[in-house]
Design a protein around this ligand. Sequence first.
Ligand code: KG4
Ligand code: ZN
Length: 341
Amino acid sequence: MEKAPVILAIESSCDDTSVAVLEGNKVLSNIIANQKVHEEYGGVVPELASRSHQQNILPVFTKALKTANKTLQDIGAIAYTQGPGLLGSLLVGTSFAKGLAIGLHKPLIAVNHMEAHILAHFIADANPAPPAFPFLCLTVSGGHTQIVRVNSPLNFELLGNTLDDAAGEAFDKTAKLLGLGYPGGPLIDKHAKQGNPEAFHFPHPDIKGLDFSFSGLKTSILYMLQREMQKNPKFIKENLNDICASVQKTIIDILLNTLIKAARETGISQVAIAGGVSANSELRTRLQETGEKHRWKVFIPKFEYCTDNAAMIGIAAYYKYLNNMFSDLKTKPFARMSFSK
Ligand code: KG4
Ligand code: ZN
């Protein structure tokens, strides 16, 4: 049998610099440098992100090779995130990947970040068993909220998308309104654990089909906070856990209601989640419960493969490698990208 290729993968689409080394579908290392610089701004500042990627990429790359116990000569291909993402951030990873490819005379593989979030399920240690095709994937991140029908590792159909804010943005913007830090998702998750999800009620959007909308929720949270803070300036402080639990419940209800609709309409009962928001503890529990109720087979990836990481870029590249889908040095990064068909 042919030996599995060693793929070095680079992820730099947003504010995490990550380099991973995979042998086939096995992760040998997956190093991630988070950028603390954005915390005080309550969101990612693109120019600061690009500069931090430049500072981080070489040490992260060196550590990934060392942890994997591999040398440059062992690498069979170099994969990188082509998009979607912040253009300046993508350029750092793209340029680094191209430099390596030229220097090492190795092939390049360009990867779509959203496809990689989904394909993270196929990393050897992501799940007890990977989903079978076709399956539905709810991909929820800081920039995207999508329901995707995954027909193969190279064929994706977008069934539903957000019309405005992404689910992760709804978490992050709520956290900002509450005076919590960035990223807001994990902080809301933490406070929600001590709160009552029925304490406050927020309206659900009335959207036809399988699309999402979260901007109305953001506005109704803002108005509620302004109204209550006028009556009691300590309102947020005194009700923080309950507000977090109620907002989190509303976001999860919106996501799961549409996912149930998608499963019913497509007749597909293999259901997965992916992306940063899939790290949310309540979403993971509620998806499991919903799956039991509707007799779905549910796939929830290991925590470290939910938020941005290069191992997911490596697994997506592995499927491209097996199908000889290499890119040339002229390939450019894109802020927006659609799925492979
Ligand atoms: O996939 P990801 O790491 O980056 C993008 O591709 O955008 O997703 C980041 C998003 C952020 O909005 C962050 O607040 C959210 O994922 N997130 C969470 C949790 N952990 C990360 N949202 C809710 N609960 C969490 N535990
Ligand atoms: Zn992502």
